[in-house]
Structures are given as structure tokens and as C-alpha cells.
Design a protein around this ligand. Structure first.
Ligand code: NAP
Length: 491
């Protein structure tokens, strides 16, 4: 790095323009780092909120917390804003901070390798270009690529068939028989909406989920005006939502029969209120421990099954056929439209593309026995490379953005060090990373997630997705860049 670099700070590449990439860019602007680009493989920013535009798509964390603390929004019209409103918020931030000039849309990174003598990452992009940046902030998201079920015949359906994250708004549902596979977080939002339109809706459930009331509400214009006039009032609302979710956290994450029992009782009461038919209630009652899979919130999911045009199927699926779904008992259900509400490939714990660090080692190899990063942010052997939403940074109980903001602060701390000391690179020490992850996995033993199979855990039961503790504790641990935890290489 030359003298002018030392003054300006290193050049930076942000990969991904979802919530974390946009938030990181704003933080860079605020801290005076202007030499950066944002590479985004899609044609527009927004990540999750660009992709998930299915009917009913909304945040399941109150919007005053599910937004950036340094960009509060007085205008949320609902407690739980819908996907279009969240996407507008992100687009508004891009305009406000003039980030279009920094964005390279439709350009994904395909391979990254570290040039140690120069202290520089080389990024090969989908446009065949090679970009050089001193520091990379990978903001590639945790749940991005749609996952399709491993069922025979997927792809053989002859009518319109699509994933919730690739909703076909051009396909009318009125007067048609719609089949939805999956009953997770996306399904509980889309099912009540599809039921309102379709002639008949058939839901294929493999595992019922614990559901609690959402208690969504409109935020009136008078309240929004008050927030606009008083940032303090808005901040207090955010704090109230945050600390309420923190207090409830142990109910959701601890492997405690007493706490889980309490959650299960609340959910069963809600089911009794929503569904009168005892047979149907039985089919909808989960058998796994409360919190082991994501707790779903909905005001109208369970009651939807009492509609005359909705049927719940609980027999395992045998195969998909050109005109419908065949069950293991041989029953053949015909459908005109098939919706996969079957979740995502989990990106929290795998290399987003080929990444080669010091000595050419690959990130996939470094993570072959499970993804590990220091505080979810940095990985030994991969200097000047930082993750937002890396391994073990997912929450089960609150807004993921609380975690990403702490990670942004950590990255800024590193950038300031690199700039102020004119460093070639910083690399987290092996021992520091190992001790941190041993602690994480030790604490995991007390968490409920090990008691069932879900996308949170690997096939061997290890968990490299979630943080085993309160968000507030993670923030205190992660937000500071502690120089002693890193090797610092000079030119
Ligand atoms: P998900 O929670 O992983 O649910 C996938 C569903 O598909 C599950 O019910 C699963 O059943 C079912 N499934 C998968 N393979 C199947 C098969 N072969 N046969 C039958 N059913 C099958 O996915 P998601 O609903 O898209 O949610 C994923 C995550 O995204 C959530 O956990 C949450 O973190 C996030 N999300 C957030 C929001 C929000 O409002 N903020 C909204 C949607 C999603 P099993 O349970 O048996 O595996």
C-alpha cells in the first residue's frame, strides 16, 4: 500500500447487495471509506426482499427492529412490514446514499484468490473480469438459493411449478387446484393468501410446526408522524422490541423441558383457538421440542385449514407426476399449479464460491469438517476477508440485522487498523479462532436445536448456523476489532 493508500484506506469489495451489503456500504460511507465497489450477481439489489415476493411475504420480526439502527424508518405501515415495503426501504437507502455509482449489478464473483505479497484479493467475476481489492466483505446471505425436495419426479410436473422465492405472478390461481409442498416459515405466510384465491388448495405437510399468534397491526399515520418527529420515541420502540425478544430468547433456544413446555402450551392454546376439529388439530400438532425448528408466527395459518377449499395431507409423498402428486399409500392428487415452499440451501456455513487464501488453501477444504469463523466474521488463512452472516451468527429469536450490525462494526475496526498502521493484511490467529469455536460448540450442547433434524443442523447433528445465546451478548463480543486476536502483516 502506498502513502496515499494509507491516507485513503484500502480498496474494498462488498459481495452481495442485500440488507448486509447495503448496510455495510452505508457504514463505509459514514466512516469515510469511499474506495469500494458492490458486486451483485442479480440485476437489482435487495437479496431476500427482492426474491421473496410471494403473496403474504413479510418480515416475521417487527420492522422497527428488522431495519438498520443507523437508518431508522418512521414510515413502516405495519408492525410486520410486507416484502414490497422492505424492498422499497432498501431501494430508498441506495438512492439516499447514491450507492448506484458503486454497484456492479449482474456481476457475480466466481473465484477469489489472495495475492499475499501484495496483500490483495483477486476476484474473478461472471463478466470474465478480474478485480483487485485489498479487503473483501462477503455479504452473500444465509438463505438465498431455493432448495427443492428430494422427491422422485421433481421437474416432471407439466403445469406451472415454482418455488416461493421465484413466485410466478403471471400464473392466476383463481379457479385452479393449487398444491403447496412444505409448511415452514414461507409456507405459513403464503398458504392463507393462496387459499383466498384458489378453487382448491392442498397442503402437503411432512412435519407440523409450532405456531404462535403474530398479532400484526397497522401503524397509523398519527403514530408514524410522531416517530418522524421524535427519533428518540422510535429508538425506544426498537429497544422495547429488542429486549422483549431477548427476554423470550431462552424459551426458544434452551434445551429445557420446563421452558419448552411453556412455549408448547402457548402454541397448543393458539391451535385450539384456531381449529375446532380435533382430528385436524392432531395432524397439525408437532411432536418435536418447541424451538428446535424455527417458531412460526401467524394470525391466520392454522385457521386456513378449516376453510372448505383447503385440505391438509400428512401421508408422505411418493413422487411428483405430470398432473399432480402421488402419496406413498398410492393416492393420486391432481393439481393445476405446484408450489414448492421447501426452503433454501443454507449459505451460512459453506463457501459462497471458490475462495483461495494464504498458500492457495481453499475455504471449502478449511470448512470440510464444518464451517468455523471467529465471531462468524473472519477465518484463519483468509486474511482481509470478512463475512457478514457467517457461520454461527443466525438467530432463532430476534432480528438477524442486530448480528450483522455488530459484524459491520468489527469490519470497520479492521479497516481502520489496516489504514492507520499501513498493514498488508490482518489474519485472525488460529488459536483464537479455535478457542472461540470450541466455546460455541460446547454451549451448543445446552441448546434445543440438537433434539431434532432441521436446516439449522448438519446431518451429523453439529450446528454451524446459529449463535447459542443472547443477541446482546454476541454484539458485545463481536462488535470490537481486538487487534491482539489478529496477526498483522506489514509490507
Ligand atoms: P423451511 O423452514 O426450511 O421449510 C421448508 C418446508 O419444506 C418444511 O416444512 C419442510 O418439512 C418441507 N419439505 C422439505 N423437503 C420436503 C419433502 N421432501 N417433502 C415434504 N416436505 C418437505 O423453509 P422456509 O419456509 O422457506 O423458511 C426458511 C427460513 O427462511 C426460515 O427458517 C426463516 O429463517 C427464513 N424465513 C423468514 C421469513 C421472515 O418472515 N423473516 C419468512 C420466510 C422464511 P420438514 O420440516 O419436514 O423438513
Amino acid at each position: 500500500m502506498g502513502a496515499s493508500d494509507t491516507q485513503r484506506g484500502p480498496s474494498i469489495a462488498i459481495i452481495g447487495a442485500g440488507f448486509s451489503g447495503i448496510g455495510m456500504a452505508i457504514q463505509l460511507e459514514q466512516a469515510g471509506f469511499h474506495d469500494y465497489v458492490i458486486l451483485e450477481r442479480a440485476d437489482e439489489i435487495g437479496g431476500t426482499w427482492r426474491d421473496n415476493q410471494y403473496p403474504g411475504a413479510a418480515c416475521d420480526v417487527p420492522s422497527h427492529l428488522y431495519s438498520l439502527s443507523f437508518e431508522p424508518n418512521a414510515d413502516w405501515t405495519r408492525l410486520y412490514a410486507g416484502a414490497p415495503e422492505i424492498q422499497s426501504y432498501l431501494l430508498g437507502l441506495v438512492e439516499k446514499w447514491k450507492l448506484r455509482d458503486k454497484l456492479r449489478l449482474g456481476e457475480g464473483v466466481e473465484r477469489a484468490s489472495f495475492d499475499a505479497p501484495r496483500g490483495e484479493w483477486q476476484l474473478e467475476t461472471s463478466r470474465g473480469e478480474t478485480l483487485r481489492a485489498r479487503v473483501v466483505v462477503a455479504c452473500c446471505g444465509g438463505l438465498v438459493d431455493p432448495a427443492f425436495p428430494k422427491i422422485d419426479g421433481v421437474g416432471s410436473f407439466e403445469g406451472p411449478a415454482f418455488h416461493t422465492a421465484r413466485w410466478r405472478h403471471d400464473v392466476p390461481l383463481a379457479g385452479r387446484r393449487v398444491a403447496v409442498i412444505g409448511t415452514g416459515a414461507s409456507a405459513v405466510q403464503v398458504i392463507p393468501e393462496v387459499a383466498k384465491e384458489a378453487e382448491h388448495l392442498r397442503v402437503f405437510q411432512r412435519t407440523p410446526a409450532w405456531v404462535l399468534p403474530r398479532m400484526d397491526e397497522v401503524i397509523g399515520e398519527d403514530v408514524r408522524e410522531r416517530y418522524a418527529k421524535s427519533p428518540l420515541r422510535m429508538w425506544l420502540r426498537r429497544m422495547r422490541v429488542f429486549w422483549t425478544s431477548e427476554l423470550r430468547g431462552p424459551l426458544i433456544w434452551l434445551d429445557s423441558e420446563r421452558l419448552s413446555g411453556l412455549g408448547e402450551r402457548l402454541s397448543r392454546d393458539w391451535l385450539r383457538e384456531q381449529v375446532r376439529d380435533p382430528e385436524l388439530r392432531k395432524k397439525l400438532t408437532p411432536s418435536f421440542q418447541f424451538g428446535c425448528k424455527r417458531i412460526l408466527i401467524s394470525d391466520d395459518y392454522w385457521s386456513t385449514f378449516e376453510r372448505p377449499n383447503v385440505t391438509l395431507e400428512t401421508e408422505p409423498i411418493s413422487r411428483i407426476v405430470p398432473d399432480g402428486v402421488v402419496m406413498q399409500d398410492g393416492t393420486h392428487h391432481q393439481a393445476d399449479v405446484l408450489v414448492y415452499a421447501t426452503g433454501f440451501e443454507v449459505g451460512f456455513r459453506s463457501a459462497p464460491f471458490e475462495v483461495h487464501g494464504l498458500g492457495g488453501q481453499s475455504l471449502s477444504e478449511a470448512w470440510s469438517e464444518g464451517a468455523c469463523a471467529y465471531k462468524g466474521v473472519s477465518v484463519h488463512g483468509f486474511p482481509n476477508w470478512f463475512f457478514l452472516m457467517g457461520p454461527n451468527t443466525g438467530p432463532g429469536h430476534t432480528s438477524v440485522l442486530v448480528y450483522t450490525e455488530a459484524q459491520m462494526a468489527h469490519v470497520l475496526g479492521a479497516l481502520k487498523r489496516i489504514r492507520d498502521e499501513g498493514l498488508r493484511y490482518v489474519e485472525v490467529k488460529r488459536g483464537v479462532q479455535d478457542r472461540y469455536n470450541e466455546g460455541i460448540q460446547r454451549r451448543m450442547q445446552r441448546m434445543v436445536w440438537k433434539t431434532c433434524q432441521s436446516w439449522y443442523v448438519e446431518a451429523d447433528g453439529s450446528n454451524h448456523s446459529l449463535y447459542p445465546g443472547p443477541a446482546s451478548e454476541y454484539v458485545l463480543r463481536a462488535r470490537n476489532f481486538v487487534a491482539a486476536d489478529y496477526e498483522r502483516a506489514r509490507f
